[in-house]
Design a protein around this ligand. Structure first.
Ligand SMILES: [Ca+2]
Ligand SMILES: [Ca+2]
Ligand SMILES: [Ca+2]
Ligand SMILES: [Ca+2]
Length: 297
C-alpha cells in the first residue's frame, strides 16, 4: 500500500512536470507558439484569448482588477482579464491593492495603460525554462518609461549583496545600462524611480555578467483585436526568452518553479509576482494519481 501511494505521487508529479504533449517554442518575438489559434490575437476582454497550451503556467492581470470598481479619478475604469493557472485550467486572480509612496492604496497599473504589465507565461523542459512577458513598456524606454528587469530567486539561501532575495536577473531593457538579454548575478539592484515601494527592486545596476541567455527577443507585438477597452490602439510588446537550466546553476531535469521569476516596471507602477499556485495544482494531481492506483489494486 505504501509503495503504491509512493508510485502514485511520483506518477502524478511526473505528469505535472512533463506534460504528455511537448510544447515547441521558438524565441522569435511571435507568441503564437504559446497557445492555440486566437492566443493573444482574439478579443482581449475574453479569458479564452489568454489561455496557453497545456503545460504552460501563467498569470494574466490585464488592466485593473475588475473587482476594484472605480476607486479614484485615475485614467480608466476597472476592467481586464485577471486569471492565473496552467493550460486551459484557471482561476480568477484577485490582484491586491498596493500602496502609492507607501501610504495611499491604489490599484495597479498605477498611472494607467502605459505602465501595464499584462501577463507572464512560463514553460520548461529538461534543459530550458521559457518565459513570455506581455507588457506595455517599450524595450528602449528610459526612466519611468523603461522596463524593469526580470528578477530571479531560485536560490532561497542566497540574497543579492544589497539584501534582496533575487540573487540573479535578466536585463530586459536596451537603454538602462548593462547588456540586454544577459543573465547577471546581481550585486546592486536599483531603487529609483519608485512609486510603489513594495514593488522594488526594479532594475539591475551592476553584477557579474553570466552571459547571454540561450535566446532572447523583446519586440512590438503585431496586435490583433485588443477589444474595445483601454488596450485598443495602444502599443503592446512581448519579451520572449529561453534560459538554460545549467546557466541558472541547475542540472538538466531540475524542476524550476514559476514563482521564482517576477517582472516589474522600472517605475514600479506595476509588477507581476507569481503566487505559489503550483502548490494547489500538485495536490490535485496526487489525488487523481492515488485514485487511479487504488482502483488498479
Ligand atoms: Ca515564438
Ligand atoms: Ca493593458
Ligand atoms: Ca497589470
Ligand atoms: Ca534568493
Amino acid at each position: 500500500m505504501k509503495i503504491s501511494i509512493g508510485l502514485a505521487v511520483i506518477g502524478a508529479l511526473v505528469l505535472m512536470i512533463f506534460p504528455a504533449v511537448a510544447v515547441s517554442i521558438t524565441v522569435d518575438g511571435n507568441p503564437s507558439d504559446w497557445g492555440p489559434t486566437g492566443f493573444l490575437t482574439g478579443d482581449w476582454s475574453k479569458n479564452d484569448t489568454w489561455l496557453p497550451y497545456s503545460g504552460i503556467q501563467f498569470i494574466v492581470e490585464d488592466n485593473r482588477n475588475p473587482k476594484a470598481g472605480n476607486p479614484n479619478a485615475f485614467e480608466y475604469p476597472s476592467e481586464g482579464v485577471h486569471i492565473r493557472g496552467s493550460g486551459s485550467s484557471y482561476v480568477f486572480y484577485d490582484e491586491p491593492q498596493v500602496l502609492y509612496k507607501g501610504t495611499t492604496p491604489v490599484w495597479e497599473p498605477y498611472g494607467g495603460e502605459n505602465y501595464d504589465l499584462e501577463g507572464v507565461y512560463f514553460y520548461q523542459d529538461n534543459n530550458y525554462v521559457y518565459l513570455l512577458i506581455v507588457t506595455s513598456v517599450p524595450p528602449d524606454g528610459k526612466g519611468d518609461e523603461a522596463p524593469g528587469d526580470l528578477r530571479i530567486d531560485i536560490n532561497k539561501s542566497l540574497n543579492s549583496p544589497d539584501g534582496y532575495k533575487y540573487e540573479m536577473g535578466v536585463k530586459l531593457g536596451n537603454n538602462t545600462g548593462l547588456k540586454q538579454g544577459h543573465l547577471y548575478l546581481v550585486s546592486d539592484w536599483a531603487e529609483t524611480p519608485s512609486y510603489i515601494p513594495a514593488n522594488l527592486p526594479n532594475r539591475i545596476v551592476s553584477g557579474t555578467d553570466l552571459g547571454a541567455v540561450a535566446a532572447f527577443n523583446y519586440t512590438t507585438f503585431p496586435q490583433g483585436n485588443l477589444g474595445t477597452g483601454q488596450d485598443a490602439g495602444e502599443p503592446i510588446y512581448v519579451v520572449e526568452m529561453k534560459i538554460a537550466k545549467t546557466q541558472l546553476g541547475l542540472t538538466p531535469g531540475t524542476y524550476v518553479r514559476f514563482s521564482d521569476f517576477s517582472a516589474v516596471d522600472n517605475c514600479t507602477n506595476d509588477a507581476i509576482s507569481v503566487p505559489e499556485f503550483v502548490s494547489l495544482l500538485i495536490p490535485l494531481g496526487i489525488i487523481v494519481g492515488f485514485v487511479y492506483f487504488h482502483k488498479r489494486k
